[in-house]
Design a protein around this ligand. Structure first.
Ligand SMILES: Cc1cc2nc3c(=O)[nH]c(=O)nc-3n(C[C@H](O)[C@H](O)[C@H](O)COP(=O)(O)O)c2cc1C
Length: 365
């Protein structure tokens, strides 16, 4: 029998993948004190499959990078050492593992900042209080708008974090350029109100993201670098007046840096006849990008198969379905029913409940 499109092999740069189902980066807030914990060994290895591709939860690049309690970091020795057995367990299962690098920028309260200082951003505009369904409710602090001469230090923090990730054993890194966090704050014209070379024109707004990408590519090689982008999202009050042009410009510039992949977040999906329906607004970016194109956001088995079959994407990332189904590739292969995810335990701190206790398919052998 022909394998379904999601279960066909794919060569991503120098990496051989045996299927197209990617584990989404997902913040789980179980890294107490910003240090990855042993329970993550089980969580990630449960979701690892031979020739599969996995992206870690967003990991802070410096001590100013955090917006949420107990999300992990990758800026100090203790964190690097703590990641090692987690990465190792994933490799033992034969999967490829990239670390998502994160700076939340203005999406942070004073309590999580060193010395209770203001979080940094490209702006001094505060994030409005967010609705509860968007995640944990936090009153984010009014940010300090970075001076032009402070920006190279932040770029350097990303570079050093990428180096740390490689030392921890990761195969590469993904820059979190999506969802209203620091990189996205620079990209979008709702948040970026700068008047220096990092604000104003599209080219200027993309400068920070591209400097980060270049610095990391120079450090670990562009063939180990991915970039996550969500031009259409308005999460955390970060949106753009011309997302099509922003997305297209970014992939064209990323082409010049020769990075491995672009990981693009779908705009909100429409529901057609009771099913999710992908609007395909990312297609111009897909066509313009030279590397591997990964899409995410609301995909199910059928939409994923269709996107691969039609050539609209090379790989499909699954978030909530993979969170709740550690053996998701197997279930898709067999067209088996899926466990439902429990939103109430997405961000709780229990090392087991809602984390490593989602059941696998009963084995028939
Ligand atoms: C619990 C949870 C945590 C998430 N954390 C991150 C994150 O750390 N970095 C990121 O880029 N996206 C994050 N996301 C977004 C997912 O990567 C993904 O884009 C989203 O869940 C949509 O995919 P889905 O419809 O398959 O769930 C998170 C989503 C969930 C549900």
């Amino acid at each position: 029998m022909e394998p379904i499109p999601l279960m066909t092999p794919y060569k991503m740069g120098n990496f051989d993948l045996s299927h197209r189902i990617v584990l989404a980066p997902m913040t789980r807030q179980r890294s107490y004190g910003f240090v990855p914990q042993p329970q993550a060994i089980l969580y990630y290895s449960q979701r690892a499959s031979k020739g599969g591709f996995m992206i870690s939860e967003a990991s802070g690049v410096s001590d100013t990078a955090h917006g949420y309690q107990d999300s992990p970091g990758i800026w100090n020795r203790e964190q690097i050492e703590a990641w090692k057995p987690i990465v190792d367990a994933v490799h033992q299962k034969g999967a490829l593992f990239f670390c998502q690098l994160w700076h939340t920028g203005r999406v942070s309260p004073y309590e999580l900042q060193p010395n209770g200082q203001a979080p940094i951003s490209c702006t001094d505009k505060k994030v409005p209080i967010q609705p509860e369904e968007a995640g944990p409710v936090v009153d984010f602090a009014p940010p300090h708008s970075l001076r032009t001469d402070e920006i190279p230090q932040v770029v350097n923090d990303f570079r050093l974090a990428a180096r740390n990730a490689m030392e921890a054993g990761y195969d590469g890194i993904e820059i979190h350029g999506a969802h209203g966090y620091l990189v996205d704050q620079f990209l979008k014209d709702s948040t970026n109100d700068r008047t220096d070379q990092y604000g104003g024109s599209l080219e200027n707004r993309c400068r920070f993201a591209l400097e980060v990408t270049k610095a990391i590519s120079d450090e670990i090689g562009p063939d180990r670098v991915g970039f996550r982008i969500s031009p259409f999202s308005d999460y955390l009050d970060c949106f753009d007046s011309d997302p099509e042009t922003l997305g297209l410009y970014m992939v064209q510039e990323l082409n010049k840096l020769n990075i491995l992949y672009c990981h693009a977040v779908e705009p909100r999906m429409g529901v057609v006849e009771g099913r999710n329906h992908i609007p395909h607004q990312l297609l111009p970016m897909r066509k313009a990008f030279n590397g591997t194109f990964i899409v995410v956001g609301g995909y199910d088995r059928e939409e994923g198969n269709m996107a691969i079959k039609d050539g609209n994407a090379d790989l499909i990332t699954y978030g909530r379905p993979f969170l709740a189904n550690p053996d998701l590739p197997k279930r898709f292969e067999l067209n088996a029913p899926l466990n439902k995810y429990d939103r109430s335990t997405f961000y709780t701190s229990d090392p087991v409940v809602g984390y490593t206790d989602y059941p696998f398919l009963e084995r028939s052998d």
